[in-house]
Design a protein around this ligand. Structure first.
Ligand SMILES: Cc1cc2nc3c(=O)[nH]c(=O)nc-3n(C[C@H](O)[C@H](O)[C@H](O)COP(=O)(O)O)c2cc1C
Length: 219
């Protein structure tokens, strides 16, 4: 058991898991933030539960039980909010949170956020982040993308919403599926300036010599 108090203790991050493929991304993100002692407010859409069942084999008939089984025993706190609970704390701008990440983000939720529709807690919580000028990150997942998807992303990017599409990189020589998943989780944490060691950075092998080869820096 880790008794050390982390600098992140008491900080609140909202995580949304939608019905886009790649629910493992959201699961690893929740685990990582709980391990850093964040308080994670979790929303899972109805389609998100369906994909957790299809892709990860979760028993979704007992949702609270499934969350306890996956996330229980970690040092941070997990607060689960039902998708329809538009009266939840995080539905109000007066409740302070540090950031919100929707990972993975379906094209349906992307559209709801881009159009300011707030008829479920996922879209409402994202809308609150935008109206309060707080960090909002979306990790969209679909392929191919049509013009409406791209327009929605552009619209949100112009409003300051960070787009981190689920596009893996291979320059760090991933060996496992988890390496690929954690790379994306790490990119989300980088965007929030949260320190981590989830992947080996390009150029890190030069660190000992103090040589910074910015020419070769990759994204
Ligand atoms: C197994 C599975 C995989 C899916 N993958 C995607 C996907 O990658 N991207 C996407 O936009 N929708 C995907 N969908 C469809 C969405 O789940 C669907 O549009 C849903 O209405 C989205 O609702 P939500 O945004 O409330 O989660 C998938 C559905 C299933 C069952």
């Amino acid at each position: 058991m880790n008794n050390q108090v982390s600098e992140h203790q008491g900080k609140r991050i909202v995580i949304g898991i939608t019905g886009a493929s790649g629910s493992i991304y959201g699961v690893r993100l929740v685990e990582t933030l709980l391990d850093l002692q964040y308080t994670v407010h979790l929303i899972v859409s109805n389609a998100g539960w369906r994909v957790l069942k299809e892709e990860l084999g979760w028993n979704v008939t007992d949702r609270e039980g499934a969350l306890n089984e996956q996330f229980g025993g970690r040092p941070g706190s997990l607060v689960y909010h039902p998708f329809t609970d538009i009266g939840a704390s995080i539905a109000s701008g007066s409740y302070l949170v540090d950031a919100m990440i929707i990972m993975p983000c379906s094209m349906g939720t992307l559209s709801a956020v881009a159009h300011g529709s707030s008829d479920n807690l996922m879209a409402r919580a994202a809308d609150v982040m935008m109206k309060e000028g707080r960090p909002l990150i979306l990790v969209p997942r679909e392929t191919p993308l049509h013009a409406i998807h791209l327009e929605n992303m552009l619209k949100l990017a112009r409003l300051g919403v960070k787009m981190i599409p689920a596009m893996p990189a291979f320059y760090f020589h991933p060996k496992t599926l988890d390496d690929i998943v954690l790379f994306l989780v790490g990119k989300v944490l980088d965007s929030l300036r949260i320190e981590h060691q989830l992947f080996t950075r390009w150029g890190d092998s030069d660190a000992d010599t103090g040589h910074q080869d910015n020419h070769n820096r990759k994204n």
